[in-house]
Design a protein around this ligand. Structure first.
Ligand SMILES: [Zn+2]
Length: 225
């Protein structure tokens, strides 16, 4: 285990333990590995170098396929396969796009830590995007994406069915209101990004989405290059 000393985007300092094996290949290939870490009600992406120094900390979700490792903090909790299994069962029982209230209340009764909620949201988001794009994917069509449109065309239609949203066009920001569990909703956004990345033709593109939570509203904003 290596301990990372983090100065979070929220201003607090904390330490985080990671298993070097989980980032080895990424470090070997690129010299820098992004690691998604939970802190309180938010998540940050750390960029770690070969010396396990934290080069930078950003409050972003990434579509690079390189954030596979959400590190379970010491003390256990549910394993990712267990969470995935529970979510796929739950999605069979209740369609989140038809009855999101019932779905969310089951989620809240099954998952408790912010890491579990994030991972659960991630599987949910992945499945919902695949469902939305099913017809296209079945045709074997290659999916091309303009990163500029990821919020309005990919994230918004899914979140529209899960709650109240508002798209602030000029700011390329999606506001999702009355969010009960920000971690779960953030997970959904990350899951959608994961699914897009897995199916998109231009895989070298990088999409970064900044997030903020204010009261019960989650803001997702496309980070401009
Ligand atoms: Zn923080």
């Amino acid at each position: 285990m290596r301990t990372l000393a983090i100065l979070c985007a929220c201003g607090e300092r904390f330490n985080y333990k990671i298993d070097p094996a989980s980032v080895e290949s990424e470090l070997g290939e690129r010299g820098i590995a992004p690691i998604l870490v939970s802190h309180g009600d938010h998540f940050v992406t750390l960029y770690v170098d070969r010396n396990y120094s934290v080069r930078s900390v950003e409050k972003v979700l990434l579509a690079t396929g390189r954030t596979e490792t959400v590190h379970a903090p010491a003390g256990g909790g549910m394993s990712p396969p267990e969470i995935k299994e529970k979510i796929s069962q739950l999605m069979k029982d209740i369609d989140p796009e038809k009855n999101h209230i019932a779905f969310f209340s089951r989620v809240a009764s099954i998952f408790h830590t912010s890491d579990e909620l994030f991972a659960a949201g991630r599987y949910t988001g992945y499945e919902l995007w695949i469902r939305k794009r099913q017809t296209l994917l079945k045709l074997g069509a290659h999916f091309k994406l303009d990163p500029e449109l990821v919020i309005s065309n990919e994230l918004k239609p899914i979140f529209d069915k899960l709650g109240k949203t508002k798209y602030l066009k000029g700011e390329k920001t999606l506001a999702i209101q009355e969010v009960i569990s920000p971690q779960f909703f953030l997970g959904i956004a990350q899951g959608i990004l994961d699914a897009i990345h897995a199916h998109v033709e231009n895989r070298d593109m990088v999409i970064e989405i900044e997030h903020n939570i204010l009261e019960n509203t989650l803001f997702l904003r496309l980070k401009q290059k």
